[in-house]
Design a protein around this ligand. Structure first.
Ligand code: SAH
Ligand code: SF4
Ligand code: F3S
Length: 481
């Protein structure tokens, strides 16, 4: 996923309706361009970085040619994701040279999981890079950018400091809506509650790039959620690499589970929807299953990766569960929440995967029926055990298996969406659509809905009658505002 963080006005001035124009304490001379790769954790981190930099006097720009500071918040999960970063860095080097010729300086920073995994190697491969900063050190970004500017050499920070970053970054504010309209505030926000991973699946870099599992304390999260809701957020998605391994300290000193945290957040009156991702099948506790029955604000949607359908492959992946365990788990959750929509992650072409083992993956998909899914060709990652075990599967085979897998998943997603036609569904409108007078929102099952509606309905949950469907979205008409 690639996302540009929105632009901000050029000059930061507070202009009270009936008072003098007051300049910010720090003059806004510098601009930052921030590009985000990878998962929602990176999107969340980018938002926090953006807020911090705005407090430091940086204005956002959507044009890298205009930026004094360029940040690539990168992903290391598959080789392709890393290649994209290096090709962007090539283009940015040219831009830096062009700006230099005009007497303008550009600081290029690489943040995120490539920064953590490759460290100083990045500055060696891409000498235009001035700052390499791992995900645990973002609070030090302004200082390192200044240092790079002054010293004229690359600054590398990839340690895992004890004092975790969430305590160092400024408290959240979404900032003033750019045109003063409440309607422009985001209706849906991410909240990272857990970070890192201790599971060490043999294909995966996350335990190396994000470090050991860490859960943020309950009170901090409740505070942050309150602030988001006060600013107009109606839906919060709790994030973590293994979000259901959450075990943060509660106000009573005990360790709270994700379900307990969710019940506490559900008590915030103006918060209407809760979601969580990504979960690991081994950490779905009884109380989380019960929350899908008892917590009315928890949406009937679950993203639960199963990766592969063959038990031999699952064991080689170190997933520590079988296909039957996964199916049984889904059955238990569906028993308490029959309308649950499911999403998953699947990998094809893990080392040694036979045709029969791949068929076992298709069989699980057929048995369950997914509302949506992400599927990937196995990508050997340096330093992970799977990169050197068994026989690597040729790319043509992976491509062919992926195509077959995706055809099945697309068929299931299309059927799932088509089943919504004729229903009236509560939709949370999140943004203005591309079509004339259209808004885009989400159903409880996370389906995208396009409907003609006034922007006044942004940030509100409205009944929509579904009239049409495609593979990735629905079309509807407003029933009641
Ligand atoms: N913590 C989550 C997954 C996080 S990574 C979990 O355990 O389910 C997101 C997804 O990327 C994974 O679910 C997996 O399907 C995919 N992935 C991770 N490493 C990969 C690799 N080396 N090659 C291909 N896909 C990979
Ligand atoms: Fe990666 Fe496995 Fe951890 Fe998920 S559980 S982040 S796939 S090591
Ligand atoms: Fe990528 Fe790091 Fe997320 S490797 S998937 S950005 S945790």
């Amino acid at each position: 996923m690639t996302k540009l963080i929105g632009t901000m006005p050029d000059v930061a001035v507070d202009a009270p309706a009936d008072g003098p124009v007051i300049a910010h304490p720090k003059p806004l001379l510098r601009r930052v361009y921030l590009k985000t790769f990878g998962c929602q954790m990176n999107v969340y981190d980018s938002e926090r970085m953006s807020e911090m930099l705005s407090a430091e006097g940086y204005a956002n720009t959507a044009d890298p040619a205009d930026a004094d500071l360029v940040i690539l918040n990168t992903c290391h999960i598959r080789e392709k994701a890393v290649e994209k970063v290096y090709s962007d860095l090539g283009r940015l080097r040219d831009l830096k040279i062009e700006r230099q010729a005009q007497g303008r300086e550009t600081i290029i920073a690489v943040a995120g999981c490539v920064a953590q995994a490759e460290g100083a190697e990045i500055a060696r491969r891409a000498p235009a890079v001035d700052v390499v900063i791992g995900p645990q050190s973002y609070h030090r970004l302004p200082e390192l950018a200044d240092k790079a500017r002054q010293q004229g050499r690359a600054q590398i920070e990839t340690s895992f400091p004890e004092d975790e970053k969430f305590n160092q970054l400024p408290v959240r504010t979404l900032g003033p809506a750019s045109d003063g309209q409440a309607a422009r505030r985001p209706a849906s926000a991410f909240l990272t509650v857990q970070e890192g991973c201790d599971k060490f699946c043999t294909f995966c870099v996350v335990p190396y790039t994000r470090g050991a599992e860490y859960s943020r304390p309950v009170e901090k999260l409740v505070d942050e959620a309150h602030r988001l809701v006060d600013e107009g957020v109606r839906e919060i998605t709790l994030l973590g690499q293994n979000v259901n391994a959450y075990h943060g300290e509660g106000p009573d000193g005990s360790h709270w589970t994700l379900a307990r945290l969710m019940h506490a957040l559900a008590d915030i009156p103006a918060l209407e929807r809760l979601r969580y991702m990504t979960s690991h099948p081994r950490d779905i506790g009884d109380d989380l299953i019960a929350a899908h029955r008892d917590c009315s604000k928890l949406m009937p949607f679950l993203h639960l990766p199963f990766q592969a359908g063959s038990d031999r492959i699952l064991a080689a992946m170190n997933r520590k569960h079988t296909a039957r365990d996964y199916l049984a788990l889904i059955e238990r959750i569906r028993a308490v929440r029959p309308d649950l929509a499911l999403s998953t992650d699947v990998i094809v072409g893990f080392p040694g995967e036979t045709e029969a083992e791949f068929d076992a993956t298709l069989a699980v998909i057929r048995q369950i029926g997914f509302a949506q899914a992400y599927s990937f060709k196995y990508s050997p990652r340096p330093g992970t055990p799977a990169a050197t075990i068994g026989e690597q599967i040729p790319d043509v085979v992976k491509t062919e298996r992926l195509a077959r897998l995706q055809a099945l998943l697309d068929e299931q997603q299309t059927a799932f969406n088509a089943a919504s036609i004729g229903q009236t569904i509560p939709v949370l409108f999140e943004r203005i659509g591309r079509g004339d007078g259209q808004l885009v929102g989400r159903t409880p099952h996370l389906q995208l809905v396009h409907a003609e509606a006034t922007p006044l309905l942004l940030g509100r949950i409205i009944s929509v009658e579904i009239r049409g469907s495609g593979q990735t979205s629905l079309r509807g008409v407003i029933k009641a505002a």
